[in-house]
Design a protein around this ligand. Structure first.
Ligand SMILES: O=C1O[C@H](COP(=O)(O)O)[C@@H](O)[C@H](O)[C@H]1O
Length: 223
């Protein structure tokens, strides 16, 4: 595993924001556009704050989530809400948000429309993944109802997902879409997640979905 350990969380967030800005800039120079795919949850807020202030050609950057909880945008658990509040503000307000949520009762009803919206923005230029202490990443949860399909090489772009530990129904990018990213980072904090990512290495994907991405990603960790 390619793990970078930082002296503290602030230093990690500053360094990671700088790396991501550099990789987005490189993609913009090479292709004229770039895509940034990010996690929700409680960890990435400080990186979003820093990125939102970076001078980049944000008008040519598309931003989307790894996964979304099927709740409305005014719910504090909405990952889209976090993106709007912490990343798509300041200079980064010029970026295009590619939706991962629609106002339907179930994620299944929105799958086709959301997948069609995402396809033009693939492959992902820069990917940041988070991870739960249960070794889930995106909404690829151990024991989830459609995990096997989401991990397979011919998985669709997006899947609806339900799992005991997930709370509400979810929508998630599939493993092949995430694995195809040009640059991949996994952002984790604290001793529990450090132990979990070490446990994930070499375990079957069904038990430790995050393990699927350790071969391509840099893991960024601070206590
Ligand atoms: O539910 C989710 O959890 C993971 C990890 O979140 P954290 O709060 O432990 O940082 C996150 O990466 C994912 O996008 C989110 O939907």
């Amino acid at each position: 595993m390619n793990l970078v350990e930082y002296p503290d969380r602030d230093m990690m967030m500053i360094a990671l924001a700088g790396t991501i800005a550099g990789q987005l800039g490189e993609a913009l120079r090479q292709n004229g556009r770039a895509s940034l795919c990010v996690p929700g949850g409680s960890t990435p807020g400080p990186v979003f704050d820093m990125l939102s202030a970076v001078d980049l050609d944000w008008a040519n950057v598309s931003v989307f989530l790894n996964d979304e909880r099927w709740v409305s945008e005014d719910n504090p658990r909405s990952n889209t809400r976090l993106l709007r509040q912490r990343l798509l503000t300041g200079k980064a307000a010029a970026a295009t948000l590619v939706p991962m949520h629609l106002d339907t009762d179930t994620p299944e009803e929105a799958l086709d429309r959301l997948s069609n919206g995402l396809r033009p923005h693939l492959p992902i230029s820069v990917l940041i993944l988070g991870m739960g202490a249960d070794m889930h990443t995106a909404s690829l949860f151990p024991g989830a109802d459609r995990l096997e399909e989401a991990l397979s090489d011919d998985a669709p772009v997006l899947l609806a997902m339900r799992a005991e530990g997930a709370g509400e129904p979810r929508i998630t990018l599939s493993a092949p879409v995430l694995r195809d990213a040009m640059h991949s980072h996994i952002l984790i904090t604290g001793p529990e997640k450090r132990a979990a990512i070490e446990r994930a290495e070499g375990r079957p994907a069904a038990e430790a979905p995050v393990g699927q991405f350790l071969g391509n990603a840099t893991v960024h960790w601070a206590e």
